[in-house]
Design a protein. Structure first.
Length: 229
């Protein structure tokens, strides 16, 4: 994200133990929340991958920046808009609402093919990571750009991530979803030139709060501790 490889590596290193704690808490307290608990770990991998993008770009190696850039963009473009409805569907206990979220997840799986697969198939021709205003801009060209304005694609993409947090189970109240939505708006207005990088950095910071949330989460199921604690 912004400023340096060190910032990305530091945030990634912080997210791993937070994610491990969230996973352990979810396993003990409510296993339906395991898919939510792994999010900090995924964001940690994403931030570390962007750290390597920084290192390559700082060395003037654009080609070397593409492989870690693809790792970063897999999470940003394909996994997160799919994982948001998946984790909401798994934690949802209302059958009708769960079915709606499952259908949402099936539709959201299309982001893999629409946004990420073209980059994976032709990274040299479609992906150019560059440093712009102390942030990383992933300059990409996609087939969908010929038919749909990028702003429309971005709005639908954001809905894919934020809406499941709104219509899914409200175990933690509206604050996480609102913070994520607000950070997206701020990023789109202030950091439009590096939206993917900056918003994922903000999302990673927001996800640090999951450690506090899981610490305060009461047990919803009488599940014995099988992790040896």
């Amino acid at each position: 994200m912004c400023y340096s490889a060190e910032a990305s590596f530091a945030l990634g290193a912080t997210l791993f133990p937070i994610g491990a704690y969230c996973l352990r808490s979810a396993w003990i307290k409510n296993r339906r929340l395991v898919p939510l608990a792994v999010i900090p770990i995924g964001l940690g991998v994403q931030q570390v991958s962007e750290g390597y993008v920084w290192l390559a770009l700082n060395a003037g190696d654009t080609s070397g920046a593409r492989p870690p850039g693809l790792v970063f963009l897999f999470f940003a473009l394909a996994l997160w808009p799919f994982w948001s409805p998946v984790q909401a569907a798994i934690s949802e206990t209302r059958p009708t609402r769960r079915l709606s979220l499952v259908a949402f997840a099936v539709l959201a799986s299309g982001w893999l093919w629409l946004l990420f697969y073209p980059l994976l198939a032709d990274p040299d021709g479609r992906l150019t990571p560059v440093v712009t205003h102390h942030s990383i801009r992933y300059a990409i060209t996609l087939p969908v750009d010929e038919y749909v304005p990028r702003t429309v694609v971005r709005i639908v993409y954001l809905i894919s991530i934020v809406l499941p947090l709104v219509i899914g189970p409200r175990l933690f109240g509206p604050i996480p979803g609102l913070l994520l939505a607000a950070s997206a708006v701020v990023t789109a207005v202030v950091f439009e030139y590096a939206f993917a990088s900056v918003w994922c950095f903000f999302a990673a910071i927001v996800s640090l709060g999951l450690g506090y949330i899981f610490a305060r989460l009461p047990s919803h199921e009488p599940i014995p501790d099988r992790l040896g604690a």
